[in-house]
Design a binder for this molecule. Structure first.
Ligand code: FAD
Length: 264
């Protein structure tokens, strides 16, 4: 079994987005560093556990991005991934979800994996579609919202999927693409030794020339255009302090107000 974990470098969860003329700034003006998409930390942890507990020969971290994304791959290495690969090619810029999935599928094939693990969504693009579109490009079975891997072998996998109204147990033939939810595990912190090792690692880069990509990718072939990205208007909120000589008086005034406003 060979496992690839797909991760994406995203802006920090507390980054301030600047949107002008329909374009979102990638860099936070205050210089907050980019991070591993938080949902992907659970995917990284699960890939490492497949190596540690289920005999996977490799847990390979993979991202399609620019050279900055190496920092995120190094975090995955520091946590315990066995190797990492960056897919970087200027012709990939502007790919839509389908293009991204075609690139990732070709790289997953290139790496010879039979399990690909993703987080359930990315905190910037937020479509949650990449795992399923990648599965389609590969011709593999997608298993989404996985909250537990119960059994796995080179032939089949049994997982629990977390749905709004309960849990579903699913068995599928390998190979599979999995997207995981946060309930699946508790991601570990990178160890001191892991960080040192990751800092020394040279991460191989592959480009379109190395890959057998099935279908068009890049801006010209994108079917989806994010033509109207804008910031919601700032929320206007009023604050009123309720005062009184005692807690009872303040509570009574508060209750009157809430009733007058039809809140209670
Ligand atoms: C500012 C901005 C502008 C954009 N403009 C356009 C546009 O004009 N047209 C358009 O079609 N799309 C646009 N996109 C979307 C872009 O194509 C998507 O980010 C990409 O397709 C992945 O989809 P997602 O972010 O929704 O990931 P999701 O599907 O929500 O992510 C699910 C999983 O897939 C993984 N994943 C996603 N991308 C990668 C990757 N590159 N490498 C490895 N793993 C990955 C995530 O880490 C996560 O684990 C834009 C995105 C941003 C942030």
């Amino acid at each position: 079994m060979k496992v690839v974990v797909c991760l994406k470098q995203t802006p920090s969860t507390t980054a301030v987005y600047d949107v002008s003329d329909g374009t979102v700034s990638w860099d936070d003006p205050s210089g907050k560093p980019h991070v591993v998409n938080p949902w992907d930390e659970f995917a990284i942890e699960e890939a490492i556990r497949l190596k540690e507990n289920h005999g996977a020969e490799d847990a390979i971290a993979l991202t399609a991005g620019d050279e900055d994304a190496n920092a995120s791959l190094k975090q995955a290495l520091a946590m315990g991934c066995t190797s990492a690969t960056l897919i970087n090619d200027p012709s990939f810029a502007g790919s839509d979800g389908q293009g991204t999935a075609r690139i990732l599928a070709a790289a997953i094939n290139h790496l010879g994996a039979n399990v690909a693990i993703f987080g359930k969504q990315a905190i910037d693009g937020d479509t949650g579609m990449t795992p399923v579109m990648t599965a389609r490009a590969l011709g593999w079975t997608p298993l989404t919202y996985v909250s537990a891997i119960k059994e796995i072998s080179d032939d089949s996998i049994t997982v629990e999927r977390m749905l709004e109204r309960g849990t579903q147990t699913v068995t599928a033939k390998m190979p599979v693409v999995i997207s995981v939810v946060k309930e699946i595990n508790e991601p570990r912190y990178p160890s001191f030794m892991g960080i040192r090792k990751a800092n020394r690692a040279t991460i191989p880069t592959i480009s379109g020339d190395d890959l057998n990509i099935d279908g068009a990718v890049g801006a010209d072939s994108a079917n989806v255009d994010w033509s109207n990205v804008y910031q919601p208007p700032a929320r206007v909120a009023e604050t009123e302090y309720i005062t009184g000589d005692s807690a009872e008086e303040i509570a009574s005034k508060l209750a009157d107000k809430l009733m007058a406003e039809k809140v209670i």
